[in-house]
Ligand binder design. Sequence first.
Ligand code: SAM
Length: 537
Amino acid sequence: MNTDRLVAWEHARLSARRLAESAHLAALESIVTALRLAPDEAPFWAHFADLMQYFNPNYPADPLLLDLLGRALEHPAVDPGNLVRPITRLALSRPPGELFADPLLLRMLELSVTRDEELERRLADARAEALQQVSGTPALPLRALVAVAHQCFNSEYVFAETAPETEAVEHLRRAIAAAADPCPLGHAVYACYRPLVSLENAQATASKLAATPLATLARRQILEPLEERRLAGAIPVLTPEASGISAKVREQYESNPYPRWIRTQSAFTTGSLAEITRELFPRADLVGVTPGPARILVAGCGTGQNSIATARRFLASRVLAVDLSLASLAYAQRKTLELGINNIDYRQADILGLESLPQRFDFIESSGVLHHLQDPLSGWRVLASLLEPRGLMRIGLYSAMGRRHIAHARERVARGFAADPEGIRACRAAIRARPDDPLLARVARGEDFYSMSGCRDLLFHVQERSFTLPEISAALEQLGLSFLGFEFADGGATASRYRARYPADRALANLENWHQFEQEHPDSFSRMYQFWVRARG
Ligand SMILES: C[S@@+](CC[C@H](N)C(=O)[O-])C[C@H]1O[C@@H](n2cnc3c(N)ncnc32)[C@H](O)[C@@H]1O
């Protein structure tokens, strides 16, 4: 390593420490220095994007910041979702009339799902205006309209739609079908309301649009969904057809695969299972954890973000990734092929039917899944039975405390609406109509509120339950598993707070303390409890 690179890494490590202390501005200054010295280090870009979530810059902004945001947005190691907040704030602080002149905003609309009520309103107004002007001269340049169409597709058409709009879209669909050649403007407007794949002769339309500014839109809205349909038919099945609650859960994720993602963070610490666990839990008993390639099961892999991250994180591993939903598996398979990853095998399976699986695994991961089983413990028991002796698990379960606002929204509002697109749109409006209710207002600010499948997962799940830490502790006893520790996605801020509160628990693994800590800091696990356990000898 040359001197610049060594110094750059020093600054990056300093930035990480400052993030753990919640000193965000100092952390940003350090990572910007690191990027200036070694801009080819992918982890620096990922860390910069992580940090930017804590900032709300205003226009006109420092040109250096704008340059870094633009480069981060294009960087393959960065999850564009982490840049949504600062880019939205910048765009909305521009003078009125300049919103769609912001290149960062247009690119962000293409690459992620936005999460801001005002921005959503501006986008919804823009598409409504474009629909009215479809046969005249549009107010919005085609490039901006295409970006809006990308956003409408990314959020799965979750924006409210009026009856006159529905009628005008139907009229537009007929006009498109009757025309001999595609009109890019008409197709872009249509794509703001319905996916282009819903047009007659969608495949031929994609070919015709390939040489127009709508080429990417046609790929995303026609070719990729068609590819997923083809891939779904070729995914091998491991267990008999799901029944009971599993069948209902499957049905939900067949119509609404979740989470839908475009690009995910790819720069994180990689290593063998032994190396990664040693780094995460330096005080745990990890004797015997395989130092070589791990055999891994991802149970409930969803749309592949989870299985792909795991396959990349554990070097030379072989991953079996299963899920109930073929639509989710096909999405995962398409993204896996697109990224050139070749150590994952996708199979359709119900966790409850996996007990006869002959393979055994060094590591099993099941995040955001077991709480959707009728009896989570029985599914967890099946997974535990597939572990090698002293094998490891990483589990993600909902926290009752962390999800109190969601329980409130389900109980008070969502119950009154159908779990279909119209019902979900109406439920969103009803939640937004109650800004006086802080728990509902919090739900309306959450990421999942901004996409159809996110809202369905958040507020309309056919089966879910939440846990407390004493319940998890009792489950571990029953299953013969030992708790190793939590994983957080906040750069170590929660762990630092816990350490300051319980300095004697040096392994950060006392669940009674953590339960107490959660009472004092009720949002510590607002996404989920994510933790590692190990089978006892
Ligand atoms: C919320 S998604 C989480 C996906 C993934 N683990 C992630 O973190 O991105 C839950 C997934 O669990 C799957 N699932 C739920 N119950 C299951 C079961 N009994 N067997 C297999 N998969 C199941 C669903 O089909 C869905 O794709």
